[in-house]
Design a protein around this ligand. Structure first.
Ligand code: PLP
Length: 489
C-alpha cells in the first residue's frame, strides 16, 4: 500500500496554471512505424555536423588515485558514441541523433536507468512511487523547485547561514527566507520545532537545506537530526529540499594522529556505502523530500547535469516547467556521461567515489592540521568537517582587546578588521556574515532569544578543495599569524 501523501496543495500558482501542451501528446506517435509523422518541427539529424564523438577517461579501479593521468591502455576507457544507434558498440549508448534532438525532457532513458539504479543502491528509498528527472545542475533545479512550490510573498525555511546564490534565487522571486539556528552539526531540530510550533501566519511550504558539507558552515546533519527534522516536516506539512552537491565528498572523521589516519580509510564498496550518512530521501516514507543531485562536484561542474529525485506526482509539475524553459540537459553531456558511466558500471562509479573520498579526506586533514598549528587557540573554535569542500573557523570577537573601545562591542566590526588584516598578510577567507539569511515575515515571528555564549562569535569560511596543498598551508599560516596580531596574542 502506498504511503505517499498527496502534496499538490503545496504547489505554486505558477505550477497549477501550467497546462499540458497538445503538441507533446502527438509526440507519442513519433516512432510509430504505422504513422507518417508530419507533426514535428525537428531538424533532420542527418544535418547534425557530428557523426561520432570520442572521449578518453581513466578506467576503474583508479589504483593510482583519481587524479592520475592514465598511461597504459588498461588505465584508459575510450567512449565512442555515434550518431546512429546501429554504429554504436553498446546498446546502452545514447546515439547522437537522439541526444542532440529535441525531446526527452525528463531525461534520456539509458542515463535515467543508471541513475535510478545508483539511487536505489545508495538511498534505498522506502516508497515505490519515486522517480528521477534530469536538470542542468542544482542551481537550476532549485530555481525550478521554487517556481513549482512558492508564490511571491511565501516563506521558506533556510539554515541561518546559507549558499548566497540559493538565497538570491529565492529573493528575486519574492520568497522570504526565514533563518533557522544551526550549531556545529547543522540545523538544531529543537529550534526548528519551537519556531514552527509558535509560527504566526501562513506556514512555510519548504525547508531548503544543504545537509551534508553545508555551504558555508561545513557542517553535516547526523542521521538522528535528519529523522527529527523529518518528523517536524510531517507535523507542519512542509517539503524538505535537500540540496546535496557535496553528498559524495564525505570523509573519514579527522584525527590528529597521522598514523591512525591510514586505519580509517574506506576501501570496500560495502564499507563505503555503509559509511555514507543517512539522506533525507532514504527516510522519506511520505514523498515529502525533493532531493537535488548534481555531477558538478563529483565529475565536473561544466557537465551542467543534475537530477531531481522525488515522488512522481511532484516531478510531473517540474517536468512541465522544464518543457517551457530548459527543455532538456545538453545532449553532448548526456551522451558522454552516460557512455562513461555505463562503461564504468555501478561498481566503477563507486570506485571513483571512493577515490574522491580519499582525495578530500587528505585535503581536509592538511587544512585542519594547519589550523591546529597556526591559529590562536585562545580565541578560535573549529569543528573538522566530515563532508564537503569547506571549513570554518570561529573567533570569539569579545576576546579582542579593543572589543569595547575600538569596535563598540560589535562583532561584525572585528570581522571586517580581521578580514582586512588577513588580506594585508596575503590570505583571503570569506567573512561568515556574508552568508547570513535575514528574512522576516509580516507579521514577524518571535525573535530567537539571544544566546549569551555565542552572540559575539564570528566565523570565516575557507576551502581546501581548490588550491594546491602548499598554498593551502601558506594561506592558513598567513591568516593565523594575522589573527594572532589582530587579537594581540
Ligand atoms: N548548491 C550548493 C549548496 C552549492 O554550494 C553549489 C555550488 O557551489 C551548487 C548548488 C551549484 O550546483 P550546480 O553546479 O549543480 O548547479
Amino acid at each position: 500500500m502506498s504511503t505517499v501523501k498527496d502534496l499538490t496543495h503545496l504547489l505554486s500558482d505558477e505550477a497549477k496554471s501550467r497546462r499540458n501542451s497538445p503538441l507533446k501528446t502527438a509526440f507519442k506517435y513519433f516512432n510509430d512505424p504505422n504513422v507518417v509523422f508530419l507533426g514535428g518541427g525537428l531538424p533532420l539529424s542527418d544535418y547534425f555536423p557530428w557523426n561520432k564523438i570520442t572521449v578518453e577517461s581513466p578506467a576503474p579501479p583508479f589504483k593510482n588515485g583519481i587524479g592520475a593521468t592514465p598511461s597504459t591502455a588498461e588505465e584508459k576507457i575510450i567512449t565512442e558514441v555515434s550518431k546512429n544507434a546501429a554504429e554504436n558498440s553498446r546498446s546502452d549508448d545514447i546515439p547522437l541523433s537522439r541526444s542532440l534532438q529535441y525531446g526527452h525532457t525528463g531525461g534520456q532513458p539509458e542515463l535515467l536507468n543508471f541513475l535510478r539504479e545508483h539511487t536505489q543502491l545508495i538511498h534505498k528509498i522506502p516508497y515505490s512511487e519515486w522517480d528521477i528527472i534530469q536538470s542542468i545542475g542544482n542551481t537550476q533545479s532549485w530555481d525550478g523547485v521554487l517556481r513549482t512550490f512558492t508564490n511571491r510573498g511565501d516563506t521558506i525555511l533556510v539554515e541561518d547561514f546559507s549558499f548566497p546564490s540559493a538565497l538570491e534565487t529565492a529573493n528575486a522571486l519574492g520568497v522570504i527566507q526565514f533563518p533557522i539556528p544551526t550549531d556545529d552539526f547543522g540545523i538544531i531540530p529543537e529550534k526548528l520545532a519551537e519556531t514552527l510550533d509558535n509560527w504566526v501566519g501562513a506556514k512555510p511550504k519548504l525547508l531548503y537545506t544543504i545537509p551534508t558539507g553545508q555551504n558555508p558552515l561545513g557542517s553535516s546533519l547526523s542521521a538522528d537530526r535528519r529523522k527529527a527534522i523529518y518528523k517536524i516536516a510531517q507535523k507542519h506539512d512542509f517539503i524538505i529540499i535537500e540540496d546535496e552537491p557535496y553528498y559524495f565528498l564525505q570523509m573519514d572523521t579527522y584525527t590528529k594522529d597521522v598514523e591512525a589516519r591510514q586505519g580509517k580509510a574506506v576501501h570496500s564498496h560495502k564499507q563505503f556505502i555503509d559509511a555514507l550518512v543517512t539522506s533525507f530521501i532514504s527516510i522519506d516514507t511520505e514523498g515529502r523530500v525533493v532531493r537535488l543531485d548534481s555531477f558538478s562536484k563529483v565529475l565536473a561542474p561544466g557537465t551542467r547535469f543534475g537530477w531531481i529525485v522525488a515522488q512522481k506526482e511532484l516531478l510531473q509539475s517540474i517536468i512541465k516547467l522544464h518543457e517551457t524553459s530548459i527543455q532538456s540537459a545538453s545532449g553532448f553531456s548526456s551522451s558522454i556521461i552516460n557512455g562513461l558511466l555505463n562503461r564504468w558500471g555501478q561498481d566503477g562509479y563507486i570506485d571513483w567515489l571512493i577515490g574522491l573520498r580519499a582525495e578530500y579526506t587528505h585535503k581536509r586533514d592538511v587544512a585542519i592540521d594547519a589550523i591546529e598549528k597556526y591559529f590562536p587557540k585562545q580565541v578560535t573554535h573549529y569543528n573538522p568537517p566530515v563532508a564537503g569542500m569547506f571549513f570554518t573557523v570561529q573567533f570569539d570577537a569579545s576576546k579582542h582587546p579593543n572589543f569595547a573601545t575600538e569596535f563598540d562591542s560589535d562583532p561584525l566590526k572585528v570581522e571586517t578588521a580581521l578580514y582586512e588584516k588577513g588580506l594585508d598578510a596575503g590570505a583571503l577567507l570569506i567573512p561568515g556574515s556574508w552568508f547570513t539569511a535575514k528574512g522576516q515575515t509580516n507579521p514577524p515571528q518571535k525573535p530567537q532569544p539571544v544566546d549569551e555564549a555565542t552572540k559575539n562569535h564570528i566565523f570565516f569560511r575557507g576551502t581546501y578543495a581548490a588550491v594546491p596543498l602548499d598554498q593551502l598551508v601558506l594561506g592558513l599560516e598567513r591568516f593565523g599569524k594575522a589573527a594572532h596580531q589582530e587579537f594581540g596574542l
